[in-house]
Design a protein around this ligand. Structure first.
Ligand code: HEM
Length: 419
């Protein structure tokens, strides 16, 4: 007894010394070490309690050095992902109010200063008048109207720069404090790289809308739908990675038996996540081609189930990316498929004995998928008004958020045995 209690008290010290080997060996060696240290075979209840303690101290200290530092890093990443969410919404409103092409050059530092004097504003407006959007869409625009679209795009760009500052400055501080461990470091490099890439991609996208030669062919000033989809897709990827990592730091893992049902549910959740992501990408093509302004009826396309101009372009593959009808048709289909997948996920999760938080997450995912489809249909029926389209766009990130949350709640705990 005395020996056992001494051993138990010395566990935290030995944990620290052994954490690297143990985290790479997994559950069985972990429980056998606990058993060896305590000199007794633990009951299942005790094992789970011990494992929970081991997991929170051993597994997460692999990322950061202390509980407080772990939480601070978690909230920081959550804040950064929230700011990326904000940038997506702001970017959507900028596009929907046709403000995105008002700033015709890009400088990381110089671009932070907006025009101040009357002369500076007039010079900026003159520059804008040399580009296709003014010529084909906004001819005769007044200076005060120009200021409105300029400030919209300016806010979007400054928000992007603020995310850079909120990400990079604390990252340097945390590294200096020694809070960032080996396994977190490469992740932070990926987030930082994606963030910088996102800025470059944004400018690459805007440039396609300033190209006189290209725009003069259609006389419709808008950015390339391919570049818009890439810009949106990389923002979604950055958001998802940061949000997932924030959850890993902030939400303690749950004691979830590693059963066959749970394993299947995990695989299915990953499939649903990919579908949400792909549907959002297809939505970016709808937005990029203004394809929400053709066939504003639902469920039929005018009076047909399948529109007759679905495959009019040649080669056929071009229709999927450049024909507004096909792009809208695909997006509707994918939206309905995503909704069905989420209903399937919810039905599959229903009989499984899930912790309260996981149950809440799957219910929220179902509700959001329903709301998102309703928002999509309303956006279409009302001819893409700014408020509905912006809500529909942010709804797609909310749906991704809830699906990620559920995926995180049921993610594999390496220390739980397979049953
Ligand atoms: C779960 C399902 C859905 C998801 C995740 C989703 C996602 C998206 C996204 C991310 C965009 C791009 C917004 C932008 O960049 O501004 C978009 C655009 C659009 N979606 Fe969906 N969508 C879904 C379902 C639907 C459905 C069912 C419809 C209609 C029947 C629909 C109609 C539209 C329309 C009209 C646009 C263009 C709006 C614009 O021009 O800004 N969506 N969708």
């Amino acid at each position: 007894m005395i020996l056992n209690s001494c051993c138990l008290r010395s566990i935290p010290i030995i944990q620290g010394l052994l954490r690297r080997q143990i985290s790479s060996r997994g559950y069985s060696s972990c429980t056998s070490i606990i058993s060896r240290l305590t000199g007794r075979t633990l009951s299942i209840g005790n094992r789970l309690a011990q494992l929970r303690k081991w997991y929170t101290t051993v597994n997460t200290t692999d990322y950061v050095r202390s509980e407080t530092a772990r939480k601070i890093i978690g909230y920081w990443l959550l804040g950064c992902s929230g700011m990326v969410y904000g940038a997506v919404v702001l970017g959507g409103v900028t596009r929907l109010t046709e403000s995105g092409l008002s700033m015709v050059d890009w400088h990381l530092i110089k671009g932070m200063k907006p025009p101040r004097t009357q002369q500076e504003w007039e010079d900026e407006f003159k520059k804008y008048q040399n580009f296709p959007e003014y010529k084909y869409l906004n001819e005769g625009m007044t200076l005060s109207e120009f200021k409105r679209i300029f400030y919209m795009e300016y806010a979007h760009r400054m928000w992007g720069r603020s995310i850079g500052a909120v990400f990079f400055l604390p990252a340097v501080f945390f590294a200096y404090k020694g809070w960032i461990t080996k396994s977190l470091k490469p992740r932070l490099f990926i987030y930082g790289g994606l963030l910088a890439f996102q800025g470059l991609l944004g400018w690459y996208m805007v440039k396609s809308g300033l190209d006189e030669e290209k725009i003069s062919k259609t006389q419709i000033p808008r950015v390339s739908q391919y570049r818009l989809a890439a810009h949106l897709g990389s923002a979604f990827a950055l958001y998802a990675l940061m949000f997932w990592q924030a959850l890993t730091h902030l939400l303690p893992p749950q004691e979830l038996a590693n059963t066959k049902n749970i394993r299947h549910l995990r695989i299915y959740t990953h499939g649903t996540l990919s579908l949400v992501f792909l549907t959002a990408l297809s939505g970016a093509f709808v937005a990029g081609l203004d394809a929400g302004l053709v066939y504003n009826s639902f469920p039929k396309f005018a009076d047909r189930w399948i529109p007759d101009d679905l495959m009019v372009m040649s080669p056929k593959i071009k229709n999927f990316f450049e024909n507004a009808t096909t792009v809208q048709f695909d997006h509707r289909l994918m939206g309905m498929l995503t909704l069905s997948a989420v209903v399937g996920l919810w039905a599959m999760a229903r009989p499984v004995d899930l912790p309260r938080r996981a149950r809440l997450a799957v219910n929220a995912t179902l509700a959001m998928a329903g709301a998102q489809v309703l928002l999509g249909i309303s956006t279409l029926l009302y001819y893409v008004p700014v408020h509905l389209a912006a809500l529909h766009q942010s709804g797609s990130l909310a749906l991704l958020t809830f699906t990620l949350w559920f995926g995180h709640e049921i993610k594999r705990n390496r220390l739980m045995p397979k049953v």
